[in-house]
Design a binder for this molecule. Structure first.
Ligand code: MRU
Ligand code: ZN
Length: 262
């Protein structure tokens, strides 16, 4: 990853480190455009809340746009966040940014006590390893229930399904071509950890091992799903959640998830 470090961590204005440009960082989240990342994150979190994906403050979405990554704050009701609460970090970092540790800040919300989502280093996995432009983390019960139906064997677990129309909404590696009806979808399942950021390495290992997977499931926790745009990430999150739900129902009905013989 390129290592460029903004020179300051100021609220209100920050030197961009190029000798003369000083940005009003508040402008980074202020826009009338409903598709501006700061506005989108708030709107999408409200929608995701209604789906049960980001209740109880957990879960969320991060969007990478140009040189910047937009992040929701941690531990707040995600359906009530305002654009002024959004963190903006430069994508170019000296290290994967972990909340509470040294990182290359660009914009810190002025509302006191906010810190960026604990999911930040996991979102970064999707941005750096897949060149994703958006990553969604849900605590959907469909995802969680599915992980419970797929115990690990020899320390590894994955979910496989075929012969479902909604597979066609999924992209190879989350950012490539869409799958066909005849493809089998496989998604790795990693074990949960007490702290979100400790999932970072396990998620990266699973992504390396399953380069075609568009997501990583986390047992007893949820799922991380990414895409080459926020629209792709959202579409895939919807298709995957549908597939997780129907897979749970199929398993409980004793039907095979692969083969199309049912
Ligand atoms: C019910 S709180 C769950 C969170 O600790 C965790 O799982 C999570 O998704 C992180 O949420 P965040 O509030 O963005 O830091
Ligand atoms: Zn979570």
């Amino acid at each position: 990853m390129a290592a460029t470090r903004p020179e300051a961590s100021l609220v209100g204005a920050v030197s961009m480190g190029n000798g003369n440009a000083v940005e009003d960082v508040e402008q980074l989240v202020r826009s009338d455009d409903p598709e501006h990342p700061a506005n989108l994150i708030c709107e999408l979190c409200r929608d995701f809340y209604k789906l049960g994906w980001v209740t109880g403050t957990g879960g969320g979405i991060s969007i990478r746009h140009g040189d910047h990554v937009y992040l929701a704050p941690s531990g707040v009701q995600k359906e009530r966040i305002h654009p002024s609460h959004i963190f903006v970090l430069p994508f170019a970092q000296t290290a994967v940014p972990k909340p509470g540790s040294q990182r290359d800040f660009l914009r810190i919300p002025t509302k006191k006590g906010l810190k960026e989502s604990a999911c930040t280093p996991l979102f970064w996995n999707a941005f750096t390893m897949r060149d994703a432009k958006a990553c969604i983390h849900t605590h959907s019960q469909h995802a969680v229930m599915l992980t419970l139906l797929h115990p690990a064997k020899d320390g590894q677990a994955s979910f496989r399904i075929s012969h479902q129309e909604m597979i066609k909404g999924i992209r190879i590696g989350g950012v490539g071509k869409t799958l066909s009806y005849h493809d089998t979808l496989e998604i790795p399942i990693i074990e949960n950890t007490a702290d979100e950021e400790d999932l970072t390495e396990g998620m990266a290992e699973a992504m390396a091992k399953y380069p075609d997977a568009p997501a990583v499931l986390v047992r007893r926790h949820g799922v991380y799903i990414w895409g080459g745009s926020w629209e792709q990430a959202k579409t895939q999150a919807e298709c995957l959640d549908y597939l997780f739900e129907i897979a749970v129902k199929m398993r409980l009905a004793g039907l095979p998830l692969e083969g199309g013989d049912a």
